[in-house]
Design a protein around this ligand. Structure first.
Ligand SMILES: *[C@@H]1O[C@H](CO)[C@@H](O)[C@H](O)[C@H]1NC(C)=O
Ligand SMILES: *[C@@H]1O[C@H](CO)[C@@H](O)[C@H](O)[C@H]1NC(C)=O
Ligand SMILES: *[C@@H]1O[C@H](CO)[C@@H](O)[C@H](O)[C@H]1NC(C)=O
Ligand SMILES: *[C@@H]1O[C@H](CO)[C@@H](O)[C@H](O)[C@H]1NC(C)=O
Ligand SMILES: *[C@@H]1O[C@H](CO)[C@@H](O)[C@H](O)[C@H]1NC(C)=O
Ligand SMILES: *[C@@H]1O[C@H](CO)[C@@H](O)[C@H](O)[C@H]1NC(C)=O
Ligand SMILES: *[C@@H]1O[C@H](CO)[C@@H](O)[C@H](O)[C@H]1NC(C)=O
Ligand SMILES: *[C@@H]1O[C@H](CO)[C@@H](O)[C@H](O)[C@H]1NC(C)=O
Ligand SMILES: *[C@@H]1O[C@H](CO)[C@@H](O)[C@H](O)[C@H]1NC(C)=O
Ligand SMILES: *[C@@H]1O[C@H](CO)[C@@H](O)[C@H](O)[C@H]1NC(C)=O
Ligand SMILES: *[C@@H]1O[C@H](CO)[C@@H](O)[C@H](O)[C@H]1NC(C)=O
Ligand SMILES: [Cu+2]
Length: 567
C-alpha cells in the first residue's frame, strides 16, 4: 500500500492539489464586472460574475473547501454570500454587507473560503449587497463524497434550473428610488429560467433554455429561486416531478405536478422522460402573490425536447400552474417536505430540550415620511418592516462581526427581544394604527455555544399581511410546525413533527400564519437572519445572532483572514 499511496500523494496531491480520499480544496476566480445583456428587446449593462448571467456554477463534494478569489472590477461596492453553506467557525467569508464584512470596493479583492460540511445537494451563491443579487447569482452543486451515493438511482444527467426576475430598469436605480420614496418597488418586467424569459415575452424566443432528454431516462434537476420578490410556482407540462431534496438536504421522495419555491430555497427533483417523444413541452414558472399588491403576472418558460425531435407546427404543451392567489397550493407543497431520515444519509437530530425559546413577530410597518409627507407608502408614509417591532438598522461604518471580535463598542446592542413587548391579535383583519410604527435599532440576540434554540415566527397583519421567506445564515434548521392565524402555545406544539421535519435554511412563513424552527447553536460567529424578499430585508425585517465560542479551541471562531475588506 505504501508506495501506491506515495505515488498518489505525489501525483494527485502535489500536481492537482487534491488530497486523495479526503476533502479537496478547489479554487475559482470571480471577477465582478458590468456586461451588456439583451432581454425584452433592449440591451443594458448588468453587474455579473465573469461576464456571465446567471453566473458560473460551482461544483464540489460534500466536505470540500472552495476558495473563491473575488475581484471587484465593477463600479460599485459588492459582497458575495454562499447561501446555505454553514461555514463552521468561519463567519468571515459569509458575505452580508456590514454584518460579517465591509464591502469589497471597486478595484479591491477578497479571497473567500467556503467550508462545506454536512451540506449535500443544491445550494447557490449570490451578491449580499443592496439588491445586486437580482443579477449576481449562480448555482453551487454539492455532490456526495467519493464512494458514497445519492439515496436514489444515479440520474442519467443533471442540470441546474435557476428561476429569477428581470427588470428593464437598472437594479441600483430600483433600489435607491424605492428606498428614497418609501414605496413598494416596481414589479419585475419578466421572470426567467436560467436567465431567459422564454417564448411568451417579446424578443425572447431564440434564446429560450432547452432541456434535451432521451426517452426513458431519468434526470436530476436542481431548481433554485434566486428571485428577490416572489415565491414561484413551477411545473413541466405532462410530466410528474419526484421531489428528493431541498436546501442541500435529502427529503423523502414524493410525486407532484407542481412546485412552490420561495426566494432563497432550492428544490431537487427527478424527472423521468416518459412522455410522447414526438411532442415538445414547456416548463414554466409564475408568481404566487399573497398580498394585495401589484405583481408580475407573466409566465416564464423553457423547453423540454426529446432526442431527435424535429420542431413542428404544434405548439409545445403548457404546464399546469396554480392560480396566482392559491395560498393553499403554496403552503401545502412546502408542508409536504420531510427529511429523508435514513441512517446513511441524514440522521435526524432535532433538538428536544430547548434552552432558548424565542417568539419573533414579522411585520410590515410604516415610518413618517422624511420628505414632507410625499412618500409613496400608505397615507404618504415610508414603508418599513421589523422583527419583534425592531426595524433593523444596518451599520455603515463598521461591521458587526469585526466589532464583536475586536470588542468595539457602539456598533450594535445585545438587547434583541426574545418576545414581542406588545402582545396583540397579530393576524386580526383590522389593527390599531398606533402599532404600525416600529422602533429602530441594531440589536443582536446572543446565544451560548451549543444552546438549543426554538423560534416561532409569527406573521402579523400590520399594514398588510404577507408571507416571509426567513433565511438563517450559518445553520440549517428543522421546520417542526406551521399553521395559519395566531400561534397557540398550548395546542400547536402538540402537533410538532419531531420525527422527520425538513432541514432547511429558508422557510416561507405563511401569510397571517406562523412557522416554528429549531436548531442547535453549535457554530460560533455572527449570523444574519432575514426575510429573503429584498424589499422586506432593506426595510428592516432582519436581525443577527451572535453565537458565543465554546470552551475548547475547536469550538471557537477561526482567526480572520488577512485580506478582510476594510471599511
Ligand atoms: C417605476 O415605475 C414608474 C412608473 O412606471 C416609473 O416612472 C419609474 O421610473 C420606475 N422606477 C424606476 C426606478 O425606474
Ligand atoms: C398534455 O397535457 C395536456 C393538458 O393537460 C393534454 O391536453 C395533452 O393531451 C397531454 N399531451 C400528452 C402527449 O399527453
Ligand atoms: C397582467 O396584468 C396586466 C396589468 O394589470 C393586465 O393588463 C394583464 O391582462 C394581465 N395578464 C395576465 C396574463 O393576467
Ligand atoms: C383568486 O382570485 C380569483 C379572481 O381573480 C377569485 O375568483 C378567487 O376566489 C381567488 N381565490 C382565492 C383562494 O382567493
Ligand atoms: C390544498 O392543496 C393540496 C395540494 O395541492 C390539495 O391536496 C388539497 O386538496 C388542497 N386543499 C384545499 C382546501 O383546497
Ligand atoms: C435540558 O437542558 C438543561 C440546560 O442545559 C439541562 O439542565 C437539563 O438537564 C436538560 N434536560 C434534559 C432532559 O436533557
Ligand atoms: C419640505 O418643505 C419645506 C418647506 O416647504 C422645504 O423647505 C423643504 O425643502 C422640504 N424638504 C424636502 C425634503 O422636500
Ligand atoms: C413598536 O414600538 C413603538 C415605539 O415604542 C410603539 O409605538 C408601537 O406601538 C410598537 N408596536 C408594536 C406592534 O409593538
Ligand atoms: C456541542 O454539541 C455537540 C453535538 O451537537 C457535541 O458533540 C459537543 O460535545 C458539544 N460541545 C459542548 C462543549 O457542549
Ligand atoms: C391610512 O389612513 C386611513 C385613515 O386614517 C386609515 O384608515 C388606514 O388604516 C391608513 N392605512 C395605513 C396602512 O396606515
Ligand atoms: C463602499 O464601501 C465603503 C466602505 O465601507 C464605504 O465607505 C462607502 O460609502 C461605500 N460606498 C457606497 C456608494 O455605498
Ligand atoms: Cu418578508
Amino acid at each position: 500500500m505504501k508506495p501506491l499511496l506515495r505515488f498518489q500523494v505525489l501525483g494527485v496531491l502535489v500536481v492537482l492539489g487534491i488530497l486523495h480520499c479526503q476533502a479537496s480544496v478547489r479554487r475559482h476566480a470571480f471577477v465582478v464586472k458590468e456586461a451588456p445583456y439583451t432581454r425584452l428587446c433592449s440591451t443594458k449593462n448588468i453587474l455579473t460574475v465573469n461576464g456571465q448571467f446567471p453566473g458560473p456554477t460551482l461544483y464540489a463534494r460534500k466536505g470540500d473547501t472552495i476558495i473563491v478569489d473575488v475581484h471587484n472590477k465593477g463600479n460599485r461596492n459588492i459582497t458575495i454570500h454562499w447561501h446555505g453553506v454553514k461555514q463552521p467557525r468561519n463567519p468571515w467569508s459569509d458575505g452580508p454587507e456590514y454584518i460579517t464584512q465591509c464591502p469589497i470596493q471597486p478595484g479591491a479583492k477578497f479571497s473567500q473560503k467556503i467550508i462545506l460540511s454536512t451540506e449535500e445537494g443544491t445550494l447557490w451563491w449570490h451578491a449580499h449587497s443592496e439588491w445586486d443579487r437580482a443579477t449576481v447569482y449562480g448555482a453551487l452543486v454539492v455532490y456526495p463524497k467519493k464512494g458514497t451515493h445519492y439515496p436514489f438511482s444515479k440520474p442519467h444527467a443533471e442540470f441546474p434550473l435557476i428561476l429569477g426576475e428581470w427588470w428593464k430598469e437598472d437594479i441600483e436605480k430600483l433600489y435607491t428610488e424605492s428606498l428614497k420614496f418609501g414605496g413598494d418597488p416596481n414589479i419585475s418586467d419578466a421572470l426567467t429560467i436560467n436567465g431567459q424569459p422564454g417564448d411568451l415575452y417579446p424578443c425572447s424566443k431564440p434564446d429560450t433554455f432547452k432541456l434535451m432528454v432521451e426517452h426513458g431516462k431519468t434526470y436530476l434537476l436542481r431548481l433554485i429561486n434566486s428571485g428577490i420578490q416572489d415565491i414561484l410556482f413551477f411545473s413541466i407540462a405532462n410530466h410528474s416531478l419526484t421531489i428528493v431534496g431541498s436546501d442541500a438536504s435529502y427529503t423523502k421522495p414524493f410525486v407532484t405536478n407542481y412546485i412552490a419555491i420561495s426566494p432563497g430555497q432550492t428544490i431537487d427533483f427527478l424527472l423521468t422522460a416518459d412522455q410522447d417523444p414526438d411532442h415538445h413541452y414547456y416548463m414554466g414558472a409564475k408568481v404566487y402573490a399573497a398580498a394585495p399588491n401589484p405583481f408580475d403576472n407573466t409566465t416564464t418558460t423553457a423547453l423540454l425536447h426529446y432526442g431527435n425531435f424535429t420542431p413542428s407546427n404544434c405548439p409545445p404543451f403548457s404546464p399546469y400552474l396554480p392560480p396566482y392567489n392559491d395560498t393553499n397550493s403554496s403552503v401545502s407543497f412546502t408542508g409536504r417536505l420531510r427529511s429523508l431520515a435514513d441512517d446513511s444519509h441524514s440522521a435526524v437530530d432535532v433538538p428536544l430540550n430547548i434552552t432558548d425559546s424565542l417568539f419573533f413577530t414579522l411585520s410590515i410597518n410604516t415610518f413618517p415620511c422624511h420628505q414632507n409627507d410625499s412618500c409613496q407608502g400608505p397615507n404618504g408614509s415610508r414603508l418599513a418592516a421589523s422583527v419583534n417591532n425592531v426595524s433593523f438598522v444596518t451599520p455603515t461604518v463598521k461591521n458587526i462581526l469585526q466589532a464583536y471580535y475586536y470588542h468595539a463598542n457602539g456598533v450594535f446592542g445585545d438587547r434583541f427581544p426574545d418576545f414581542p413587548e406588545t402582545v396583540f391579535d397579530f393576524t386580526a383583519a383590522d389593527l390599531p394604527l398606533y402599532l404600525e410604527t416600529p422602533k429602530s435599532g441594531t440589536e443582536v440576540k446572543v446565544l451560548e455555544y451549543n444552546s438549543t434554540v426554538e423560534i416561532v415566527f409569527q406573521g402579523t397583519n400590520l399594514v398588510a399581511g404577507d408571507y416571509h421567506p426567513m433565511h438563517l445564515h450559518g445553520y440549517s434548521f428543522y421546520v417542526v410546525g406551521w399553521g395559519f392565524g395566531n400561534f397557540d402555545k398550548d395546542k400547536d406544539p402538540l402537533n410538532y413533527n419531531l420525527v422527520d421535519p425538513p432541514l432547511q435554511n429558508t422557510i416561507a412563513v405563511p401569510i397571517n400564519g406562523w412557522t416554528t424552527v429549531r436548531f442547535k447553536a453549535g457554530n460560533p460567529g455572527v449570523w444574519f437572519m432575514h426575510c429573503h424578499l429584498d424589499r422586506h430585508m432593506s426595510w428592516g425585517m432582519t436581525m443577527a445572532f451572535i453565537v458565543k465560542n465554546g470552551k475548547s479551541p475547536d469550538d471557537q471562531i477561526l482567526p480572520p483572514p488577512p485580506d478582510m475588506p476594510p471599511c
